[in-house]
Design a protein around this ligand. Structure first.
Ligand code: SAH
Length: 522
């Protein structure tokens, strides 16, 4: 019997990718078909597995959304073929998401389905603005209401009279085009003109824009600030205009698009730090790293493992793949014998320390040649046997320098770095369209891949040209060789130092955190 397909109606949350539920994320990673809307953020789309079919059904400037019936038919057809379908919707699927209609259609067609809730836009808005929706003194109920008036319908869909006297916090979805009318009708129905209102566009995203006013002034304030849909309108005394605005919008890199070019696996740490500072992180994995080892070399290295004085690591990947290989062979760390470890920098050292092994040497500056000098300074190299664990690129400066000192160096290549293909990558598309304020390079290979893929990364007219940041002298040299302009190099070759360089450069007066008017898109 053919495996019956399944549809998951999944809430994508209000925007920020880390606000999707754990269950939602695992389904996105697992599904065969992903059917998604306009209000779903790109980052989530990169979680799908290779081969997952992605179907866009939303509306975007000028293009109309697929008719609802067609979407329902699409879900039924794919699930009918035995596939696992994720129907991903902004916010929560059952709050103004037509999730109810889709569930009904699936039920009728006999297709099994499940629903995964999401953080709806009003909750995301309140959280990221820092005001509550209920308050012991100010409001004891919340209304989620649509402000959308369907032009095809002659009668008014929403009777604002009903809502004016409730004393509830009103969260109005899709109300922007009718804001003036909504405000007029609520006041006409007896709501105080000085009731506080907040309008928030792209809440929870680094491009969040907000504006405060009162029921009487808000249409004017919004027009003045040029805030466009999609936005949430929150009305009620819970809305407070904090002088510093929201905790989120006050972050130092808020609103800045920063490109991280490391491999997917390694991007995490840098991306996390930048996101924490409010940046709009665009992960553009320019390179991919995979395990690659010559079996004959491996046998030779492992058979003589006890004879090395030093094992030298020049990258985190090197450490990881070396120990993978080693533990597959020996399963016991004691087989390493008595050997000393050297690592090029603190991140590489940390990777070794994960195995509860102490690192004997980390140079003060974190480049291959500094590592060589530090090793030489130990005075232990004469006739020493050294194992240099490396990838297919780099490491040669270090090795040559050690060989000059009469050390016997065995090269052990355990991984390969390859450029990735970005032609269809959703983040590359966003980069082309909008550009970025900064781009970070953490290795020469990412710089080279960037130049090789220039064609797919060509900025459209009007896109912001990013300032370029490099992690250290070797990467900077590669940039200069390839005629790429460099804005700033990290003082020490560490992620901390790279983030510091970015902060120093991006928070200069002309980008001041107080020049809020300039912080609009672009
Ligand atoms: N199912 C969604 C709502 C879809 S209706 C949910 O639960 O959030 C679309 C409306 O939601 C938009 O017109 C806007 O009013 C609101 N909206 C969605 N995402 C938003 C965001 N990030 N910031 C502000 N409003 C948002």
């Amino acid at each position: 019997m053919q495996n019956k397909g399944m549809v998951y109606l999944v809430g994508a949350g209000p925007g920020a990718s880390d606000l999707v539920t754990v269950r939602g994320k695992s389904l996105i990673e697992f599904c065969d078909v992903l059917v998604y809307d306009y209000l779903v953020y790109d980052e989530l789309l990169t979680w799908t597995r290779p081969g997952c079919e992605m179907i866009y059904v939303g509306k975007r400037s000028g293009f109309h959304a697929k008719p609802q019936k067609e979407i329902e038919a699409l879900l039924i057809r794919h699930a009918g073929e035995g596939k696992t379908v994720v129907r991903l919707k902004g916010g929560d699927p059952f709050i103004f998401g037509r999730g109810g209609e889709e569930a009904e259609a699936l039920q009728k067609a006999g297709i099994p389905f499940e629903v995964v809730p999401g953080v709806t836009a009003s909750l995301g808005t309140a959280a990221f603005m820092g005001f509550p929706l209920t308050h012991r003194e100010d409001s004891s109920s919340v209304v989620m209401v649509t402000g959308h008036e369907d032009p095809a319908k002659p009668e008014t869909v929403v009777d604002w009279n009903k809502y004016a006297g409730l004393g509830a916090t009103l969260c109005i979805y899709m109300g922007m085009t009718n804001l003036e009318r909504i405000s007029r009708e609520l006041i006409g129905a007896g709501m105080a003109g000085d009731t506080p209102v907040a309008v928030v566009r792209w809440a929870t995203l680094p491009r969040q824009e907000s504006c405060f006013g009162t029921l009487a002034t808000i249409p004017h304030r919004v027009a003045e600030r040029g805030i466009k849909p999609p936005a949430m309108i929150v009305i009620g005394p819970v809305v407070k205009d904090f002088p510093a605005s929201s905790w989120y919008e006050s972050k130092p890199l808020f609103g800045k698009r920063v490109v991280v070019t490391r491999t997917r696996r390694q991007a995490g740490e840098l991306a996390r730090r930048l996101t924490g500072l409010g940046a709009d992180v665009m992960e553009l994995p320019l390179i991919r790293v995979r395990r690659a080892v010559d079996e004959a070399v491996k046998r030779e290295v492992f058979s003589g493992l006890g004879s090395y004085d030093w094992i030298v690591f020049t990258s985190q990947n090197g450490v990881r793949y070396f120990f993978d290989l080693f533990l597959e062979e020996y399963r016991d760390l004691r087989s390493l014998g008595f050997v000393r470890f050297a690592a090029v920098g603190p991140s590489t050292a940390r990777e070794v320390e994960k195995f509860h092994l102490a690192v004997d040497l980390v140079p003060e500056k974190h480049t291959g040649s500094d590592l060589a000098e530090a090793l030489i300074a130990t005075g232990s190299l004469d006739n020493a046997k050294i194992l240099a664990v490396k990838g297919n690129l780099g490491g040669e400066t270090l090795i040559k320098r050690l060989e000059d000192q009469w050390a016997m160096v065995d090269r052990f290549e355990v991984y390969k770095t390859e450029p990735t293909d970005l032609s269809l990558h959703p983040v590359a598309r966003r980069f082309r369209e909008m550009g970025a304020h900064a781009i970070t390079f953490t290795s020469s290979s990412t710089v080279k891949s960037f130049v090789q893929q220039a064609e797919f990364l060509q900025l459209k007219p009007g896109a912001v040209t990013p300032r370029a940041f490099s992690i250290g002298p070797v990467t900077s040299q590669t940039m200069s060789d390839l005629k790429m302009p460099l804005t700033r190099q990290a003082r020490q070759s560490t992620l901390d130092s790279l983030v510091q360089a970015l902060l120093e450069e991006m928070i200069r007066p002309e980008f001041g955190i107080d020049s809020r008017k300039d912080r609009k898109e672009r």
